[in-house]
Design a binder for this molecule. Structure first.
Ligand code: NAD
Length: 508
């Protein structure tokens, strides 16, 4: 009875093998790790997980490579990243397709994710000539006071399934120009895109005559990540994933005085005020809430809308939701692909049950659609009107559920907005400058990202990315995020023949 799906999965398997080949990845030996596609929910291929000895060896190789890499001038280190960008450009469609197969993203978003990799490479190349330290006026005559930024060491990158390649590039492109080496533990749900990135980077290194050992890949479940987290040779652990993961990782890294960069869950909201352009607002909301099937850390999950425009706005959103094509992300015109797995679907169903028990009214969506197989989970994005911000609304459910709440006065809206444990992304839709500025002010949004008249998702690489509170406080990607990947030395140079002491102290 599974004949059609078996056929479909067989086709996807062949497509996967072809893509891996074209990306220069040799078929890995079979093992206990299962690479699945959410398109049918079935296994594509299996591969070996790294055992403890392999993790240890990878860290050793990265630590050894660091000793030389840190002395290569930063603009020369950038050559690897420049070559990587060229390879990514040449293979954009193939890597994008692999992201679709493995993570279920629609083609446009998958290619966009690879574009984001190319963008951060370009940023990192420029950055390699701008790793500026400051020179400050010394209080002592004949002295110079300055700071120098040095490479930090081995960076452990732990990444989530939903941005299987971009988050790696954000970290790796910057870490490499900063003179660090990288050990990457990708999500166990996306081992194939990881193989492809690893291969492209090593090829880039070889082609420019750099040491390919600057990048190491380890594969497997959380326990493999824990070994990376606990190893004191790993100077920085940059971890992207759930709050639960961060709660386990942060204390372990702190116990050995390592450095942590945490990019954890969000529970992002948009405030819609009476002056909002409802047409633009609707489009912004639909992309942010339903795009990527609600599986972005910046997905819009809460709508806080002024009571006077709630009716028309919710009508427009539900009309747009009914038009959304949900289905196979390889098909042209589909805007919403599958959930990553059954656990994600169970999470969505139980959140909807709780919301309804709290007095929520399901306006539209939420139902599972007939997929190609019982192991594939396709859902219609849900819009739920809530009487209050109850416990389920304050949690991140990693699926397309948009909770709508109403407000009467902006102060109360901002209270509601900030009344959740997470603090990643936020938006206000308004044409009133006072309201917009209030939202961006110190007593406005408490998130790491605060937008006006665009949705919560879809950040550019030029800015620093990350959030406050349970989102973990880390910042990566653009702006001065590079500083987390380097160590700062403060230098005082005395070029005089005297030895004056700071603070005017006399010691004689
Ligand atoms: P997850 O927490 O289940 O896994 C993320 C990664 O952490 C995986 O590689 C996993 O193996 C590893 N991991 C889990 N427990 C670990 C431990 N104790 N020690 C070491 N490693 C461990 O998350 P997921 O389901 O893959 O991704 C979805 C979550 O990620 C959502 O909460 C989403 O908001 C978040 N996310 C955040 C950002 C961001 O930049 N803030 C970006 C993407 C995703």
């Amino acid at each position: 009875s599974h004949a059609p799906t078996d056929g479909a999965t067989r086709e996807l398997r062949e497509q996967t093998e072809k893509l891996l080949q074209r990306l220069g990845v040799e078929t890995p030996p079979p093992g206990e790790l299962s690479a699945r596609t959410p398109i049918t929910g079935r296994e594509l291929i299996t591969l070996r997980a790294s055992d403890s000895a392999a993790v240890d060896a990878a860290i050793t190789r990265a630590a050894t490579a660091f000793r030389n890499w840190r002395t290569v001038p930063a603009p020369q280190r950038a050559a690897v990243v420049r070559r990587l960008a060229a390879l990514l450009t040449a293979h954009q469609d193939e890597l994008g397709e692999l992201v679709t197969l493995e993570a279920g993203k629609i083609g446009a978003e998958a290619r966009g994710e690879v574009q984001e990799m190319i963008d951060i490479c370009e940023f990192a190349i420029g950055l390699s000539r701008q790793l500026y330290g400051r020179t400050m006026p010394s209080e002592r005559p004949g002295h110079r006071l300055m700071e120098t930024w040095h490479p930090l060491g081995v960076v452990g990158v732990i990444s989530a399934f939903n941005f299987p390649v971009a988050v790696w590039a954000w970290n790796t492109a910057v870490a490499l120009v900063c003179g660090d080496t990288v050990v990457w533990k990708p999500s166990e749900a996306t081992p194939l895109t990881a193989l492809a990135c690893h291969e492209l980077l090593r090829r880039a290194a070889r082609e420019v005559g750099a040491d390919p050992e600057v990048h190491q890949l380890i594969q497997g479940p959380a326990a493999i990540g824990e070994q990376l987290v606990d190893d004191s040779r790993v100077a920085l652990v940059s971890a992207t994933g759930s709050v639960r993961m961060g709660q386990r990782v942060a204390p372990r890294v702190a116990a050995r005085f390592g450095r942590c960069l945490l990019e954890l869950g969000g529970n992002n909201a948009a405030i819609v005020t009476p002056s909002a352009d409802l047409d633009l607002t609707t489009r912004g909301i639909v992309f942010a809430a339903a795009g990527t099937a609600g599986q972005r850390c910046t997905t819009l999950r809460r709508l806080i809308v002024h009571a006077s425009v709630a009716g028309p706005l919710l009508d427009r959103i539900s009309a747009a939701y009914r038009q959304l094509r949900v289905g196979n992300p390889l098909d042209e015109g589909v805007l919403v692909g599958p959930l990553i797995n059954e656990r994600a679907y169970d999470g969505m169903r139980s959140a909807l049950e709780r919301a309804l028990a709290d007095g929520g009214e399901l306006i539209c969506g939420g139902e599972r659609l007939e997929g190609p197989d019982e192991d594939a989970f396709y859902v219609r994005p849900a819009l739920v009107r809530m009487p209050a911000q109850t416990a389920v609304v304050r949690e991140e459910t990693f699926a397309p559920i948009l909770y709508a709440l109403t407000y009467h006065d902006l102060d109360a809206a901002i209270e509601l907005h900030n009344g959740v444990p997470q603090g990643l992304s936020s938006s206000i839709f308004t044409r009133d400058q006072r309201e917009a500025e209030r939202f961006l002010a110190a007593d406005g949004s408490d998130c790491g990202i605060a937008n006006v008249n665009i949705g919560t998702s879809g950040a550019e690489i030029g800015g620093a990315f990350g959030g406050e509170k349970q989102t973990g406080g880390g910042r990566e990607s653009g702006s001065d995020s590079w500083k987390t990947y380097m160590r700062r030395a403060t230098n005082t140079v005395n070029y005089s023949t005297e030895l004056p002491l700071a603070q005017g102290i006399r010691f004689e």
